[in-house]
Structure formats: C-alpha cells, structure tokens
Design a protein around this ligand. Sequence first.
Ligand SMILES: [Zn+2]
Length: 344
Amino acid sequence: MLAAFSYVRLQRENCAVGEDLEKLKQRLSLLDYLRQQNWVARPAANGSEFVGLCPLHPETRASFYVNARKNLFYCHGCGQGGDLLRFVQLSRHLSFRESLAYLDQQSALTVDPVAVLEQAATFYQQQLDRYLEALRYLEQRGLRDLALIKELRIGYAPGGSLRRHLTAQGYSCDLLQRLGLLNPQGCDAFYRRVIFPCCRGGRVVNLYGRSTGVSFAHRFLPGSKGGLYGWEQVQQCPEVILVEGLFDYAVLWQAGFRHVTCSLGTHLNADQFRQLCDRPRTVYLTFDVDGSGQQASQQLAHRLRTQGIVTRRVLLPDGHDPNSFFVQGGDARQFHSLLEAAQP
Ligand SMILES: [Zn+2]
C-alpha cells in the first residue's frame, strides 16, 4: 500500500498562518527536520538538549544547541536562535511565508501513512461500543466473543467524525484524501461500516469496511489489501483453512479453529499466493458455495497443486459460506466433520 502514495507529488497548501504553523510544528519537530538535513548531534548535559556543529556558520567546536522539549535552537557561536521556521528562514534564505510553504511540503514528505492508519483504526475501535447498530450487526453475523472482537481490533465508522479527529492531530486533509480516509469532497470515506484493520508485522496496512446496510459492497482503502489476513499466526501450521471473507474468518476463530486465514475475496494476489506456497502444507479451501466461489476454489486448487501444495475442498451445505453455516446453527463438531470429509 505504501507504494501507492506518491509522496513526490508535492502539493502546496494554503496555510492560514498562525494556527497552521502550530500544526506544522506538531507534524514536524525541529529535531526531526535537522536530522533529515543530516545534522549530527549528541545529547547535551540537560536531558532534552542536543548539541552539534552549527549549520548556520562555519565552526569546529559544537555550539549549536537544540531543546527538543521546547522545540527551539540557539547557537553560542553566531548568536542565532529561534524555532523551526526561523531556522528555515536563516538556513535557506527564505521569507517567513516561503519558509512556511517549504515546511508544509517537507512535513508531507515525512508523515508515515502507517501511523495515520493506526490512528484511524484506533479511533474506529473506540467507536464500536458507542453504536448499538454496530454491535447488533456483529451479533447478527454471529460474532459474540468480545475478547475476539477486541483482539481483531474490529471497529465502527459511523461517518462524519474521523476527519475532525485526525485533523485535530495535525494531519492535513490533503494527506487524508491521498490515503483514501477522506473522499474527494473531504468527507469521511467510511460511513456506517464495520472496520477490520488489515495488519502486517503488527502494522496496519489497510482498512476493510463492511457496510452494515445490505446494499453496499465491502471496500478497502486504495492500494493493496496486503497479504493473507492473520497469516503470521498460521504460517507455521502444516494445515490451514482458507476462507474468502473476514466474517467467515471470525466465526471459525470463535468456534476454536485457529489455523484459519483469509484471502479477502476469491482472487488471491501474487503475494498471498506466494505465502500459501512458502512451505509444504495442506490447504483446506472453504470458499462460498455459490457459482463463483466454487469456480475460484477449483482454479486455486489447481494452481496450488502445481506448486506441490496439498489441497482439500471443504463442501459446505448448498448456498452457505462458513459464516452463514455457523450463524444458522452449525457447530464446531459439524464443521470438523466437513473438514474430515473434504475432497482432494
Ligand atoms: Zn552558529
């Protein structure tokens, strides 16, 4: 997903001076900026101070001090001092306004999208308990285990509140739009959707939003859906159950099947396919029992076998997916029988 954001596409934003300057300093500290510029420093005696050679005048003994807590610098050699903006004015010979525009671009370059997605996921997670419609929806999909809901970090996007939350933390609307969290009109992109963060190596790489209404298709943020969902937990397992939907994944997990992973759709991307083939194992394909699900399942089984992977196709009752199977009264023992009866 990271590659999808074109950070070289710099955009100049119109900054309303005072307020935006403060937000800008939150996004990009003086010390971060200096480090970007390859300033080498060591901690000074005072805990929050750093000292190094002055970038503003030639010197051989370090006399340039940065106070990280106050976000200010002072040079005992040339006598210059001030904040980040002052430093940019002096070092780049720019006017106040030019410096502001320059820094705005710099800060957009340094924001880590993963950190923003993490903030969004946390926010959505905090909303879940506040919306009865969300909890009802989860129950309707057979998800009752609160510990599991917490572990999967399932959240809820009521719509209309993420923008305020994230811009208050200094993230620009421009950035949030580029990440797909806001739509081109500047409104929350996820509206009345249950949210599953998709993680990799413990980092949120995408968000999956399932509409609580019937008529809207599920959706992701722009960019890759990442690898197989929950892959890190099952990678070592000699047998894995592969499902196509996150609610299938969740009910199976809830029923005690922990060797389950999810491809987030019937089409596996190259990354997901590679993951399944990274060592000898048996894959139980448990896609929806409808035309397209079974067709995809057969094709995938064939492709996996050419890579030396043993496949078994789990046949649920007609018209079912693992989620509906459990929602309509199926239990772990019955599902276990289906696994045992799975066809090569
Ligand atoms: Zn100096």
